[in-house]
Write a protein that binds this ligand. Structure first.
Ligand code: ZN
Length: 374
């Protein structure tokens, strides 16, 4: 596999062009616009709370076969809550699956729990995966944005997109007053996990512990592949069919060029497209799935781009979200199939030689559909 980790190069070149850093917030954030949930249809009660998530994982730990570690991420959230991290298997290939960086995108966290449950079992398949891979799974990065007992300036409660941090002293991009930061804009891609991705030069000023702690895990685990699971709103394709998920690889070509790592980055993109192709192929022919390409921005601090710039194959997966409990079952199932497709291909090694044709042929996402209930 053609994974390179040009940390030394990155260390000396941790600057970002100011124009990119200070770009209009309006273009910065297509994952929010118009991806929010439809009020009145959400049923957060059906999703595991912070305590229930830890308890479920502890129960799975108690029955798990093979290597299974449940521990807290290196740093807690701003309210002092620990972020659960599961490590499965002790094989030579390292993979990282993270989910729920945005607090209101939570069905994917349930899917991660099911992946953990399935791969910790006694089946021959689970054993093969654990022998081949060391799999790090973080089902809910944004524990505060999901259900911390806090309110914003309007008195609204979680879940919301951001973490919880009511003080932004200086650089307040990707920040919502009274709530906090968009975790998925603050991943360091320089040599230092604590680096602020939009502040020129080397520093340790990154204000987002949840992003820093994912990067610390990356440093420790050195994954060949990182997959980041999110939700988008409801979109349709050109035939009017609901799009049930959108997927994308890293696209920070300009930053890679500036860092002098364009060639390595291009190889990383190929490996990322191989992973995307696995997901697309696995979901083809499933009646409930209709997958398109995610229309992505080039901000380098997005997990998809940051870990790609660091040399891991990297994939963003966006499930249709905000659609209520009735549809959560098939969205969970689709997410499990997508996750297991890359896990299986990494375990048997086929991932790194697979064709990128299915990724290259992905259709662009179609138009947004507003809430039919409003
Ligand atoms: Zn998201």
């Amino acid at each position: 596999m053609s994974v390179s980790r040009p940390l030394a190069v990155l260390a000396s070149l941790a600057l970002l062009p100011l124009g990119l850093a200070l770009g209009s917030p309006a273009v910065a954030d297509p994952e929010t616009v118009p991806g929010g949930p439809w009020p009145g249809q959400e049923n957060v009660n059906a999703i595991r709370s912070y305590d229930q998530l830890w308890k479920t994982l502890e129960t799975i730990d108690g029955r798990a076969q093979g290597r299974f570690d449940l521990e807290a991420a290196p740093l807690p959230s701003n309210t002092g809550r620990e972020i659960p991290v599961v490590t499965l298997g002790d094989g030579p290939t390292s993979l990282m699956l993270i989910a729920n960086q945005h607090g209101n995108e939570y069905v994917v966290s349930e899917a991660m729990v099911e992946v953990v449950r399935s791969l910790s079992g006694g089946s021959a398949h689970a054993r093969e995966v654990r022998d081949a891979l060391t799999l790090t799974i973080v089902p809910r990065v944004n524990v505060d944005g999901f259900d911390a007992d806090v309110t914003d300036l309007s008195g609204d409660t979680t879940p919301w997109r951001q973490n919880y941090d009511t003080e932004c002293a200086a650089f307040c991009e990707f920040y919502e007053e009274g709530r906090g930061y968009d975790i998925n804009r603050y991943h360091s891609y320089s040599a230092n996990a604590y680096d602020h991705p939009y502040q020129p030069g080397e520093d340790s000023d990154n204000p987002v512990p949840e992003a820093i702690t994912m990067r610390l895990l990356w440093d420790e685990r050195q994954p060949e592949l990182v997959v980041d699971f999110h939700h988008q709103g409801t979109y349709v394709d050109e035939e009017g069919r609901m799009i049930t998920g959108s997927i994308m690889w890293p696209n920070a070509e300009a930053e890679a060029e500036r860092l002098g790592i364009a060639e390595q980055f291009a190889e990383t993109v190929v490996d990322s497209k191989r992973a995307v192709s696995q997901m697309v192929t696995a979901l083809e022919g499933k009646g409930y799935a209709n997958i398109t390409r995610y229309p992505s921005t080039e901000f380098p601090g997005i997990a998809r781009n940051a870990y790609g710039l660091l040399g891991s194959a990297s994939v963003l997966y966006e499930a249709r979200g905000g659609i209520g409990a009735a549809s959560n079952g098939y969205i969970t199932q689709q997410t499990i199939v997508a996750a297991e497709s890359v896990v299986d291909a990494a375990a048997d090694g086929s991932l790194w030689t697979a064709s990128t044709a299915p990724a290259d042929a992905l259709r662009e996402r179609g138009p947004y559909v507003s809430d039919p209930h409003e």
